[in-house]
Ligand binder design. Structure first.
Ligand SMILES: *Cc1c(COP(=O)(O)O)cnc(C)c1O
Length: 415
C-alpha cells in the first residue's frame, strides 16, 4: 500500500499537534456575495447569521459592485470562459493587453505584466531580475510570498530590521561589492497597517545605487490622493523600479496579480518568469472586470475618499472609547489586546453581536502582540461603523479593557 499506516498516523499526528497548539485554522462559510453585510454559517452546520464584515480586503467595496459584475458577464459572453493556454502560446487576448496598459497608466509605470496572483508575481520576479552576483535587501517583515520568491532566487540575501533606515543603510554598505542591489519592501505591512518609509528608502537607493521593489497589495487602489498606492502616498511616483500587487484585494477581489515598472524588467519577466511561462492565463471574466475596476477608480476618487473618511472616523471614535489602536492612517486598524485568548474570546463575542472580525495571535503576529485586526471598507456606511463601535464598546466593557494601556491589559490577562 502506498499510503501506509505509518504515513497515515504521522500526518494525523501532525494535524493533532496543530490543533493542540491552537493553530488550527477553521474555515467559515459565507453564503452570500462578499459585501459589508454577509450571511455566514459558523460553526459548520449552524444556521446562517447576518453579520457586518470587518475582516475582508474589500477596501473599495468593489467585490460585488454591479458594474464590475456586469463587466465580468460581458467578458464571459464576448471572450469565453477559459483559454486553455499560457500567455505565450495562445492565452493572450486583446483584453489582457488592455488591462496591462490600464494598470501601467494607473500605477504610473512604464509597463505591466499580469500573473495568476501576486504570490506568483513575487515567485517569479526576483529570479528574473537578479542572479548570484546580486543582492536582495529586504525588510524583515515582508509578506510570505516575497520570502518564498527570494528563496527561488540565487542572489545574496540581506535583511534589515523592520522599517529601520539606519539598518538598511548598513546593509547597503555591506553589499557594496554586489553587481545589482534590490531593496525589497511591502508598501503597507498587513498586520500593523504601517506604511514603508518609501521617501527615505528611495533616497538611500539613489545614494547607494540600488533598485527598489514595493509589494503594494494592501494599497493599490486607495492609498495616495488618486489611490495609486504607497508610492503616491509617500510622494515617490516614478522612483520605484518595480511594483508587485494583487487584483485580489481592493481591485475587485477576484484573483490575479502583476509586476509593474521598468520596461526592460517587465519584458524580461515575459521572457523568463516561470509562473508566467508555466501557469495558465488569467480568465477573461476576471480581466474584463478588472478593466472596469480601473476605469471606475480612475474616473473618481469617491470610493477611496469614503474609505479614508471611514478609517479616520473609526480610528478616532475607537481611540476616544479607550481602545489601544496601533496608530496610522491605513484601513487596517489593529485593536491591541496582547493576550491571545482575550483576542479570540472578544472576536467570538463580537461575532455573536453581529460583527465579524478575527483575532490574530502568534505565529501570525509576534508573541505577546495578539490583536483583533479590523479592516474598514468603502462599502461600510456610517451606521455599520457605529454598530461595530457600539459592539466593541459593549464587549470591551465586559472584559474591562477600556481606557487600559498595554501594561494594564497584560496585568489583567497575562501574555
Ligand atoms: C495578499 C498579498 C499577496 C498575495 O496576493 P495574491 O494575489 O492573493 O496571491 C502578496 N503580497 C502581499 C503583501 C499581500 O498582502
Amino acid at each position: 500500500m502506498v499510503y501506509s499506516d505509518k504515513a497515515k498516523s504521522y500526518f494525523g499526528e501532525t494535524l493533532n499537534q496543530i490543533q493542540s497548539q491552537g493553530l488550527f485554522k477553521e474555515e467559515r462559510f459565507i453564503c452570500s456575495p462578499q459585501a459589508a453585510s454577509i450571511d455566514v454559517e459558523y460553526p459548520q452546520g449552524a444556521p446562517q447569521k447576518k453579520v457586518l464584515n470587518f475582516c475582508a480586503n474589500n477596501y473599495l467595496g468593489l467585490s460585488s459592485h454591479p458594474e464590475v459584475v456586469q463587466a465580468a458577464r460581458e467578458g464571459l459572453d464576448t471572450r469565453g470562459y477559459g483559454l486553455s493556454s499560457v500567455r505565450f502560446i495562445c492565452g493572450t487576448q486583446d483584453i489582457h493587453r488592455t488591462l496591462e496598459q490600464k494598470l501601467s497608466e494607473f500605477l504610473g509605470t512604464e509597463d505591466t505584466i499580469l500573473f495568476a496572483s501576486c504570490m506568483d508575481a513575487n515567485a517569479g520576479v526576483f529570479d528574473v531580475v537578479l542572479d548570484k552576483e546580486d543582492a536582495m535587501i529586504a525588510d524583515r517583515l515582508v509578506h510570505a510570498s516575497i520570502v518564498d520568491g527570494m528563496r527561488l532566487c540565487k542572489a545574496q540575501l540581506f535583511n534589515y530590521k523592520h522599517s529601520n533606515m539606519a539598518h538598511l543603510e548598513e546593509k547597503l554598505r555591506e553589499s557594496q561589492e554586489c553587481r545589482f542591489r534590490l531593496i525589497i519592501t511591502d508598501g503597507v505591512f498587513s498586520m500593523d497597517g504601517d506604511i514603508a518609509k518609501l521617501d527615505e528608502i528611495c533616497n538611500l537607493a539613489e545614494k547607494y545605487d540600488a533598485m527598489v521593489l514595493v509589494d503594494d497589495s494592501h494599497s493599490t487602489g486607495f492609498m495616495g490622493k488618486h489611490g495609486r498606492g504607497t508610492h503616491e502616498h509617500c510622494g515617490v511616483l516614478g522612483r520605484i523600479d518595480l511594483i508587485t500587487t494583487t487584483l485580489g484585494k481592493a481591485l475587485g477581489g477576484a484573483s490575479g496579480g502583476c509586476v509593474s515598472g521598468r520596461k526592460e524588467l517587465v519584458e524580461l519577466c515575459r521572457q523568463r518568469a516561470r509562473p508566467y511561462l508555466f501557469s495558465n492565463t488569467i480568465p477573461p471574466v476576471i480581466v474584463a472586470a478588472a478593466i472596469k475596476v480601473i476605469e471606475l477608480i480612475s474616473k473618481t476618487t469617491d470610493r477611496r475618499d469614503k474609505l479614508e473618511a471611514n478609517t479616520l472616523y473609526f480610528r478616532k471614535e475607537m481611540t476616544q472609547r479607550g481602545f489601544d489602536i496601533r496608530e496610522g492612517v491605513h484601513p487596517i486598524a489593529p485593536i491591541m489586546l496582547y493576550n491571545a485568548k482575550l483576542a479570540q474570546d472578544m472576536a467570538r463575542d463580537l461575532y455573536a453581536e453581529g460583527i465579524y472580525v478575527i483575532g490574530f495571535a502568534f505565529p501570525v503576529v509576534p508573541q505577546g502582540q495578539a490583536r483583533i485586526r479590523v479592516q474598514l471598507s468603502a462599502a461600510h456606511e456610517r451606521e455599520d461603523i457605529d454598530k461595530a463601535i457600539a459592539a466593541f464598546t459593549k464587549i470591551g466593557q465586559k472584559y474591562n479593557i477600556l481606557g487600559k494601556k498595554k501594561d494594564e491589559i497584560i496585568k489583567l490577562y497575562g501574555l
